[in-house]
Write a protein that binds this ligand. Structure first.
Ligand code: NIG
Ligand code: FE
Length: 426
């Protein structure tokens, strides 16, 4: 934990006249579940102090004079009319990729489904071919460009998956790129191994051969090099079965890697249940979630993570968010930024979609994209709320009438400045 003792070499910044601090907590809150998701803790007419890369303190403008006396030499930023909120935690992305897939976008307009495209060798297999021909430096630079773009739209932590390598060499190559991104970025990065993203063409008739490659070659090497925080599987119709997922997650857990998996996007795949069985940190997508799945989630510590821009882009029906919250579940939101089903990392748009298409309330989506999302990537001790000692990773909004305006004014990040670990991003 951060040492609060005064250190005169650290940069102190005072923010004054904040219209309201969203998620203002003296100590870090727990997961927001069920009815609690609609409760947002705010402090109106406030000041906030950051010291170096951390949030130091906050309070009401009534006590401003004492703060000025305490930090007479600090820089002061007046944010009259603007809100301060925690930067987003984007707990599910695939931003290391080569090329783009706008040709498939046109096939979809003409009526093909995501699964049809995949069956004909397009989709993930298409991205894998291109990634296999691309060097590490180029992959790194492209992913870095995406991170820069995401930070400008308010993202302060990102999880990144492999899964476009689909050979031991190329999966490792992807994860090394993620490792480099971790080492060179201010933004917090978590890495996830997703070797089971699609069945490589050469294994079509020998599925077990690829599962063995994952469990006997990829996972041990990844664990040895410490290349992944989590293990993912695309457990869904046309991709990986529950039985195959079970084999992979069993090996991963033996090696100390917790699951975060793709589940129930295309069917009632059993993905939620197998994820929960292995103590998944999160299960993601969940378009096909019924009573049985809700019951399983209710008895677990797994964070259900919804990716509404994927449902939007692929014209899927949306997950039953209201029903899940009514049953007492927590929800988290992420972008799924990838070339095939969600070529955008704009969390403001994700929040608007969640309100418009899944009937989530503004308070619920803010909780889902900040504090709950921090739990979905195990960063709740450092991210997800404006709390003394946490990272100074936050958004200063434009001058807006209310926080609801953030979702109402869809398609556009209402951001005037973003700080990531105390550094001004834009
Ligand atoms: O999360 N659903 C599986 N994987 C990605 C899509 C990847 C792709 O199409 O390239 C997703 O939507
Ligand atoms: Fe995904």
């Amino acid at each position: 934990m951060y040492n609060f003792a005064a250190n005169r070499f650290m940069a102190v910044i005072l923010f004054k006249n904040i219209k309201s601090i969203i998620q203002a907590y003296e100590t870090s809150p727990g997961i927001k579940k069920g009815a609690d998701m609609a409760r947002l803790t705010t402090l109106d007419n406030a000041w906030m102090v950051t010291r170096d890369e951390f949030i130091d303190s906050f309070g009401s403008m009534d006590t401003w004079n004492s703060i000025i006396e305490k930090f007479p030499d600090a820089e002061v930023i007046d944010v009259t009319g603007k809100f301060i909120m925690p930067a987003f935690c984007d707990s599910h992305t695939h931003i290391v990729y080569a090329g783009s897939r706008e040709n498939e976008f046109v096939y979809k307009i003409k009526g093909m489904s995501y699964e049809d495209i995949a069956k004909q060798g397009g989709g993930i297999i298409n991205s894998a071919k291109r990634l296999q021909q691309t060097g590490e430096d180029e992959l790194y630079e492209n992913a870095q460009r995406r991170i820069n773009e995401m930070m400008k739209m308010g993202t302060g932590a990102v999880e990144i998956k492999s899964g476009y390598g689909l050979t031991t060499t190329d999966e490792i190559k992807m994860l090394r790129v993620v490792k480099r991104l971790k080492e060179t970025n201010t933004i917090a990065v978590k890495s996830t191994f997703l070797g089971a993203h699609a069945m490589p063409v050469e294994y079509k008739e020998n599925r077990q051969g690829y599962i063995d490659e994952i469990t006997q070659k990829m996972l041990p090497q990844i664990a040895e090099e410490g290349l992944a925080d989590y293990c993912d599987v695309f457990c869904d119709k046309g991709f990986f079965t529950v039985e195959e997922t079970d084999q992979i997650l069993s090996k991963a857990s033996e090696l100390g890697m917790k699951p975060k998996i793709h589940a129930n996007e295309l069917d009632y795949s059993g993905g939620i249940q197998v994820g929960v069985k292995y103590g998944a940190i999160s299960v993601d997508h969940l378009e096909f979630t019924g009573n049985e799945e809700i019951e399983t989630l209710a008895q677990s510590n797994t964070m259900p993570t919804l990716l509404p821009s994927t449902a939007f882009f692929l014209r899927l029906h949306y997950p039953p968010a209201r029903k899940m919250m009514d049953a007492g579940l927590p929800l988290s939101l992420a972008s799924d930024y990838n070339p095939g089903s969600s070529p955008s990392g704009n969390m403001f748009f994700i929040m608007s979609l969640a309100c418009i298409q899944m009937k989530m309330l503004p308070e619920e989506v803010i909780n889902a994209a900040t504090i709950n999302a921090s739990y979905a990537m195990e960063l709740n001790h450092t991210h997800g709320s404006i709390t003394p000692g946490k990272a100074a990773s936050f958004i200063i909004t434009e001058e807006i009438p209310s926080y609801t305006y953030l979702m109402y004014s869809f398609g556009r990040p209402c951001v005037s400045q973003v700080f990531v670990k105390g550094k001004l991003v834009c």
